[in-house]
Design a protein around this ligand. Structure first.
Ligand code: KIV
Ligand code: NA
Length: 265
């Protein structure tokens, strides 16, 4: 798709019904991201997300995605302790979670890990720029690679992880000019999120494009629908009808014959 100049469209999903809908839209790939922690589990970062959390949701998404490629995110510390543990955890996302590939964050520091996982026959997607699992080290959620030194480091990291065997690289929150340079410098596709239109593809969090909440939404998000308002409105209309005894109506209720009723008494 990179060679054909056919942009790759990717979205996250975390459950079976959403995966069915995303799959039906013709999306190329579905990521069960550790953004699960933020948008589904109610944490304020991705750090608390565990292997069990990812596998649980990955299983559901894999059952729903008949066509799109399914990628499972490796959570914090699942690929940092040892090479053995990293390969085993990556393998679990395929074997138990039925993913076709895994994604992990980092540059040259994870190159050997990427090598080991790909050597086991597991496709690995890289992730550079704003890597949320390192938020405490990065000092907050902010655009990365804005200065020449940082930009050069990211270009080097992209080359290092390409060499280590990644089949694609997510570029998160970096200047669009830098994303274009990286996209030209590597032969594998770049998938941007907050990285401009010059990437080989784009990824966004499903809850963000659907407008599921109106609290802080980052600049790189576009809401294609505002479901939050519609959902609150539907719940409120139902609640009012229950309180007013307007719901359930006769059309929502079951009947029994008069003579059968008589037999009760
Ligand atoms: O966890 C996630 O959803 C991600 C994407 C935003 C790239 O890593
Ligand atoms: Na992630």
């Amino acid at each position: 798709m990179k060679q054909e100049g056919n942009p790759i469209a990717m979205l996250t999903a975390y459950d079976y019904p959403t995966a069915m809908l995303v799959d039906a839209s013709g999306i190329d790939a579905i990521l069960v991201g550790d953004s699960l922690g933020n948008v589904v589990l109610g944490y304020d970062s991705t750090v608390p997300v565990t292997m069990e959390d990812i596998i649980h949701h990955l299983k559901a998404v894999s059952r729903g995605a008949k066509r799109a490629m399914v990628v499972g995110d490796m959570p914090f510390l699942s690929y940092h302790i040892s090479r053995e543990e990293s390969v085993r955890n990556a393998g679990r996302l395929l074997q138990e979670g039925m993913a076709q590939a895994v994604k992990l964050e980092g540059g040259s520091e994870v190159a050997e890990t990427i090598r080991a996982i790909t050597a086991a026959g597991i496709p690995v997607m890289g992730h550079l720029g704003l890597t949320p699992q390192s938020v405490h080290q990065l000092g907050g959620f902010r655009v990365q690679g804005k200065d020449g030194d940082g930009a050069r480091r990211l270009i080097e990291d992209a080359k290092k992880i390409e060499e280590a065997g990644v089949f694609a690289i997510v570029l998160e929150c970096i200047p669009q000019q830098l994303a274009k340079v990286i996209t030209a410098e590597v032969s594998v596709p770049t998938i941007g999120i907050g990285a401009g239109v010059g990437c080989d593809g784009q990824v966004l969090v499903i809850n963000d494009i659907l407008g599921m909440y109106s609290e802080f939404t980052p600049k790189f998000v576009k809401q294609y629908v505002r479901l939050k308002e519609q959902i609150v409105q539907a719940c409120s209309a139902y609640k009012d009808e229950v309180k007013n005894k307007k719901f359930p109506g006769p059309e929502n209720s079951f009947n029994m014959a008069e003579e059968e009723m008589k037999k009760i008494y």
